[in-house]
Write a protein that binds this ligand. Structure first.
Ligand SMILES: C[S@@+](CC[C@H](N)C(=O)[O-])C[C@H]1O[C@@H](n2cnc3c(N)ncnc32)[C@H](O)[C@@H]1O
Length: 286
């Protein structure tokens, strides 16, 4: 069985656990792969392609990857270790974490250090990226749970080797020019799911919540790619706790729909009550 490498970021909404389920529907022999909503990069780092682009509107996360890319693995690990040492970061005592968070947030925006941000994420609650509307990192301390442990280190080493040649960007997907893509290329889209509540941020400035308009513009973009012979796969949730994404349901009817997850709220497992169901799909145009 194939093993997959895991993002060193533990990204919320990351697709690591679903990789074997979704990648079996991906095309073979991809020339250019474009991951439109790359997040923790669990998908684009586990797909073989001649060239890879990874985009995410979250410039903080992309800034971390670009910084990783610029450093060799030894100096990267050394810099992370010395940051942890300098701020006395441990999983049990919040002092160092709070001091580093304050230091990071007090640093002028352009001078902020992505490695310090990565260290903060490693010691924060659920390893989440959360910023308020002043662009301050505001995730709390991950007491007794989060740290840059041996597994994170191992994942980082594997990840670093895989992102060497990825071309990163941090744009709103609406602003991307994908006209260079053609037959043989593949776009993967894993946007925020409109009817679920996963939050990657506080929904302010540039990282607004996902709207119906976003869904519709994305569907148009995917239709356009389809017309140009570009293959695509879209991950999304059609039904969630009694809500249905009707526009998605209508739009996807013209493509192949693969059921990739149907979960019941544990407490209602017996009842199979529709109000507790989450139905996840992968839509492909091939
Ligand atoms: C479901 S997550 C992607 C997770 C990713 N597939 C992984 O495995 O880690 C959705 C991502 O979309 C990004 N996003 C939200 N709105 C966006 C937009 N308008 N343009 C580009 N990216 C956006 C979020 O920052 C988030 O990282």
């Amino acid at each position: 069985m194939r093993t997959y490498s895991k993002s060193p970021l533990n990204y919320i909404g990351g697709k690591y656990r679903m990789l074997s389920t979704i990648t079996k529907f991906f095309p073979r022999d991809i020339d250019t792969m474009y991951d439109l909503f790359a997040g923790g990069c669990d998908v684009c780092t586990n797909v073989v392609a001649n060239k890879t682009h990874a985009n995410d509107i979250n410039h903080f996360v992309i800034g971390i990857y670009e910084t990783f890319q610029q450093m060799d693995i030894d100096s990267l690990l050394q810099t992370i270790d010395s940051t942890i040492e300098r701020w006395n970061l441990t999983m049990h005592d919040s002092d160092g974490f709070l001091q580093l968070r304050q230091h990071y947030n007090n640093t002028p925006f352009e001078e902020r250090n992505p490695i310090e941000l990565y260290a903060l994420v490693c010691y924060s609650f659920n390893y989440q990226f959360r910023f308020n509307n002043q662009h301050d990192f505001n995730n709390p301390f991950g007491r007794n749970r989060s740290s840059f442990n041996a597994t994170m280190r191992k994942n980082l080493i594997a990840f670093h080797g895989k992102i060497k040649n990825i071309q990163f960007s941090s744009k709103n997907f609406r602003e991307l020019d994908l006209s260079f893509l053609s037959v043989g290329d593949f776009v993967y889209a894993d946007p925020p799911y409109r009817i679920t509540t996963a939050s990657y941020n506080d929904g302010k400035r540039g990282f607004k919540g996902w709207s119906l308009e976003d869904d519709l513009i994305l569907f148009d973009l995917l239709d356009c790619l389809n017309a140009n012979g570009v293959k695509f796969a879209l991950s999304n949730v059609v039904e969630h706790k009694g809500f249905e994404n009707e526009e998605l349901n209508q739009w996807m009817a013209k493509y192949a729909v693969h059921e990739v997850g149907c979960n019941y709220d544990n407490s209602n497992y017996q009842a199979r009550n529709r109000n507790f169901i989450t139905r996840e799909v992968l839509v492909t145009n091939y």
